[in-house]
Design a protein around this ligand. Structure first.
Ligand code: ADP
Ligand code: MG
Length: 273
């Protein structure tokens, strides 16, 4: 069936469809289980276009699964996710499952960039080849155009001199900056970061956070799973605290860090601050 024929019983569904601002993410009532283990439990998030959201929470609380769900890497069991009102998945319990075709999923995934903890660059490709791969094959850019774009992006992350290097010749911080440039090469509306600095030596964390801070000024919607509390406080509009598959609380950093409502949040913050 057409997505537009999905029932309107879930509050907010209509809003999600009409919202057309660039990169607005609406996560509505998402639940997901692995076997009998509920990894996401009725998650609700409304991220305006251009907003910066930091997701905090203990290991195993479902942060990565949530990002993967937003990026269509995980199947939605219940609820829906939309980006600029474009539906990712929707299901009403005991009712028809409304899902996108694989082709549509691939197309929509191109609007979402993802940066992983372990960089995930193609090891056998140079920096330039890593950067032009998706623009050539996903966006259908001309080679010269893709190369120009790669040069611009490398300049932006301060790595113009590494254009012909292989990933193994770069430090972790440099590899992660290339990974960010690669994600940007698809001109995503939304950029998801899953602990982008967790695998880095402490002295390399700052250069990656600086690139993300710069991005925060450009209007791309950013969602960042991080344990860097100082960074979250400085850059995020909204801090979301997850625990055991639920969003326990969400709000401006000043509020969450100084007067978290939930004991579990305060306990977590006391350990990481
Ligand atoms: P976080 O990123 O907050 O550490 P994850 O989203 O990675 O949490 O994982 C949440 C929980 O789901 C963990 O208990 C993890 O073991 C489990 N999990 C994640 N992926 C799978 C999977 N593919 N199959 C089964 N369990 C999984
Ligand atoms: Mg994780």
């Amino acid at each position: 069936p057409e997505v537009s024929s999905a029932p309107q019983s879930k509050a907010g569904f209509r809003d999600a469809q009409v919202s057309r601002l660039g990169g607005a993410v609406h996560v509505h009532g998402i639940s997901k289980s692995f076997g009998s283990f509920k990894v996401l439990d009725d998650i609700e998030l409304n991220l305006p276009a251009g907003s910066v959201t930091a997701i905090l929470g203990p290991s195993g609380s479902g942060k990565s699964t949530l990002l993967r769900t937003i990026n269509h890497l995980e199947r939605v069991e219940d609820g829906f996710i939309s980006i600029d009102g474009e539906l990712v998945g929707y299901r009403q319990k005991g009712d028809t499952l409304y899902e996108l075709k694989e082709k549509d999923i691939l197309q929509r995934r191109a609007d979402i960039g993802m940066v992983f903890q372990n960089f995930n660059l193609f090891p056998h490709l140079t920096v330039l080849e890593n950067l032009i791969e998706a623009p050539l094959h996903v966006r259908g850019l001309e080679r010269a155009e893709a190369i120009r774009l790669a040069q611009d992006l490398l300049a932006r992350v301060g790595l113009s001199d590494k254009i012909n290097a292989y990933p193994r010749q770069l430090s972790g911080g440099q590899q992660q900056r290339v990974a960010i440039a690669r994600a940007l090469a698809l001109r995503p509306k939304v950029l998801l970061f899953d602990e982008p600095t967790s695998a880095l030596d402490p002295e390399l964390v700052g250069e990656v956070l600086d690139v993300i801070k710069e991005l925060a000024r450009t209007g791309t919607t950013l969602v960042i799973v991080t344990h860097e509390i100082g960074f979250a406080r400085e850059v995020a509009d909204t801090v979301v605290f997850m625990n055991a598959g639920r969003v326990l609380e969400a709000g401006p950093p000043a509020l969450i860090f100084s007067e978290a409502q939930h004991p579990r949040t305060r306990e977590f913050l006391a350990r990481v601050l």
